[in-house]
Unconditional design. Structure first.
Lengths: 98, 159
């Protein structure tokens, strides 16, 4: 499973964050709220100084591009746990090479 | 009968106002329980309600204690301490309530892609400024195989 983080933070900020925290997964920047809008996870004025940001949301997408699992918290303090995400990923059957 | 009851209560020492102190402790605990979110303990969905319930019980206890201190003052101590604790506890309760309301003021997701639907395509810049599409993420190998899934984690940012 490939984890990909998306937020409005520009690439420089995400690069800094990844370096400091030692993250090796892909972090994408969506300052124009493009993907955020397509996935309907916009939180208008939800950020500091009233900036538009994404509300927390996870989507597990299989190799055919179909959504297999979603997690939308109702409380920004409650985060999906790694074991929940892994369990969802494991429920997708692996494709065998022919 | 009544004469002996009156003399006994006159000699009896006033009780400590345990309700007020217990209420204060619970008010502090309910605020500190916010820290449990960071520990990523299981059952987090109940935590917000638990904190709120604790804070409410705390305020009820404090008000009970302060009522006893003022209206049953021959039995209970704590007018001064009780008054101070009431103010502090109401403040702590307000903080817990504010945190609760603010953390939950997030938009609904009824129109977001649901299980079984196609994930919308996108092309965004990675940390190196390179444009990456959803198709890229699904096809670029991880190790020596295609990833069987991609987990898109939208987060608030401003970190």
């Amino acid at each position: 499973m490939r984890p990909v983080a998306i937020s409005v933070d520009p690439p420089e900020v995400s690069r800094d964050l990844a370096r400091k925290a030692g993250y090796t997964f892909t972090i994408l920047s969506d300052p124009q709220l493009d993907a955020i809008r397509r996935y309907q996870v916009l939180h208008a004025s939800g950020g500091p100084d009233g900036h538009d940001i994404a509300r927390p949301a996870e989507f597990l997408v299989d190799s055919s591009g179909t959504v297999r699992w979603t997690n939308f918290t109702e409380d920004i303090r409650v985060r999906a746990r790694a074991d929940e995400m892994l369990a969802a990923a494991r429920s997708i059957p692996s494709q065998r090479e022919p | 009968m009544s004469a002996s009851t009156v003399s006994t209560s006159a000699v009896k020492e006033r009780r400590n106002n345990s309700a007020v102190w217990l209420g204060l402790i619970l008010a502090v605990v309910s605020l500190l329980s916010q820290g449990l979110f960071f520990l990523k303990v299981p059952g987090q969905n109940t935590l917000p309600w638990l904190s709120l319930a604790l804070a409410t019980v705390a305020v009820i206890l404090v008000l009970l204690g302060v009522k006893r201190a003022f209206f049953e003052s021959q039995l209970y101590r704590g007018k001064v301490a009780g008054s101070i604790i009431t103010v502090v506890s109401l403040l702590l309760f307000a903080m817990t309530l504010f945190g609760f309301v603010t953390a939950r003021k997030i938009p609904g997701t009824a129109s977001a892609p649901q299980v079984g639907q196609k994930a919308p395509d996108f092309t965004l810049a990675d940390t190196n400024g390179q444009n990456i599409s959803l198709a890229d993420l699904l096809s670029t190998p991880v190790g020596n195989a295609h990833p069987k899934a991609v987990l898109l984690v939208f987060y608030r940012g401003y970190w």
